[in-house]
Design a protein around this ligand. Structure first.
Ligand SMILES: *Cc1c(COP(=O)(O)O)cnc(C)c1O
Length: 395
């Protein structure tokens, strides 16, 4: 009998059980990590209302289960980019308030109103036709106003924002103005000067309500980066995304704040094939790698079609038995080859493409660096073909 390699003790046992939960590949999400990251949010932004961002399939972690977990952990709002994502949440039975921060077509307004999904309004025009729709549905609709303070994506320009605010107050009978928000362009950079300017512009614009002697709606601007590094930007509500999943928005954020977060996702696959490649033989499409000496090569059933980027061809590493081994050849759509030298491996052994085995860890951040992109993209690219498995669910 071969010894169980890698981890030991009770953790080893738990790891073995996870491998029993899937046959081919899995994105394993540790819900206890999400809870711990939420605790970090609460500790860093005490008393602030929380909009937990779950757009793009909860940053690849699986929309519904993550949303359910966060809702039962007591977040005030869930945040999606689009109404379709919000609809999925309603269809799954979630009753927590949902804000969609991205743009929508006017043909979709009915979907918002019928399903109690809050609307983000970025122009006086949109405000008028949403008011009309609300009147038609005989419903008072929850709205949030988006002010552009320098991101230049969507939102009314901060210098014109008073027009939108005034129009919203005039439509009060139909529109319930919940919050005003803006979004930072550089809160994850080393230099926070522009972010501070954006915050100033935001606060200046929203002084409108003081001048009008009207109670201010809730104010919100902080994403993970700002929540972590610009306490003064936390205001009434915060909108953390990436930090809930256990990653800092950028290496600067990590270096400056020294806040520990807990990556929740591991990407795993089982070895499906084993062979010896003789010196001089090439591996894979395009013959981009040739063995210089006889070696063992294993094949795992994960490729760029699963979100394991082709840019990692001949570059990426994976963990097997607590050791790092290299991807060889071009990553295929469905499969990837790994060279293990004269290492031991058996069909069915677990490989981690993102995750921890023994003393070795490969993070989404490491892959992002190799690919010249950001952690967000590595995580959201994990495709729906990869089953999501949830562990450490609260009892
Ligand atoms: C994605 C998003 C966030 C969350 O950003 P993180 O950097 O992931 O914390 C917050 N607000 C808006 C409007 C967003 O689109």
């Amino acid at each position: 009998m071969r010894k169980q390699s890698g981890t030991t003790g009770t953790r080893g046992k738990a790891e073995k059980n996870i491998a029993d939960l899937y046959h081919r590949s899995a994105a394993v999400v540790d819900l206890a990590c999400i809870s711990r990251n939420l605790q970090v949010v609460r500790k860093k932004a005490p008393g602030r209302k929380i909009i937990a961002m779950v757009k793009a399939n909860a940053y690849g972690h699986g929309l519904i289960r993550i949303a359910q977990h966060l809702a039962s952990a007591g977040v005030d709002y869930l945040g999606t980019a689009f109404v379709e994502e919000a609809l999925e949440l309603r269809k799954a039975g979630l009753t927590v308030p949902i804000i969609t921060s991205g743009p929508f077509s006017k043909f979709q307004i009915g979907l918002f109103i019928e399903n109690d999904i809050d609307l983000t309004i970025s122009s006086v025009d949109a405000l008028h036709y949403i008011r009309e729709a609300a009147e038609f549905y005989k419903k008072r609709v929850n709205i949030h106003l988006k002010v552009d303070t320098g991101m230049m994506r969507i939102g009314i320009r901060h210098t014109n924002a008073h027009k939108l605010f005034a129009a919203a107050l005039q439509a009060e009978k139909y529109l319930n103005l919940i919050s005003i928000f803006s979004h930072f362009a550089t809160a994850d950079h080393e230099d926070l000067e522009f972010a501070e300017l954006q915050l100033e512009r935001f606060l200046e614009a929203t002084r409108f309500f003081d001048h009008e002697h009207r109670p201010s709606p809730l104010l919100q601007i902080a994403n993970s980066a700002a929540l972590l590094r610009m306490e003064e930007s936390q205001l009434d509500m915060v909108r953390p995304g990436i930090m809930l999943y256990g990653y800092h928005p950028s290496p600067f954020s990590q270096a400056k704040t020294k806040v520990k977060l807990y990556p929740a996702l591991s990407l795993r696959a089982k070895i499906m094939y084993f062979k010896v490649v003789l010196a001089g033989s090439s591996v894979g499409y395009g013959r981009t790698w040739t063995a210089t000496k006889n070696c063992r090569v294993v094949t795992i059933p994960v490729g760029y079609g699963d979100g394991y980027a082709r840019g990692l061809s001949n570059k990426g590493q994976v963990l097997l038995c607590g050791k790092r081994y290299s991807v060889v050849g071009s990553i295929c759509m469905d499969q990837t080859m790994i060279q293990i030298g004269d290492g031991e491996a058996y069909i069915g052994d677990e490989v981690q493409l993102i995750g921890t085995q023994g003393n070795e860890t490969i993070t989404a951040e490491e892959l992002a660096k190799q690919l010249g992109t950001i952690t967000y993209e590595v995580l959201t690219n994990i495709s729906t073909r990869v089953p999501r498995i949830y562990i450490n669910e609260p009892q």
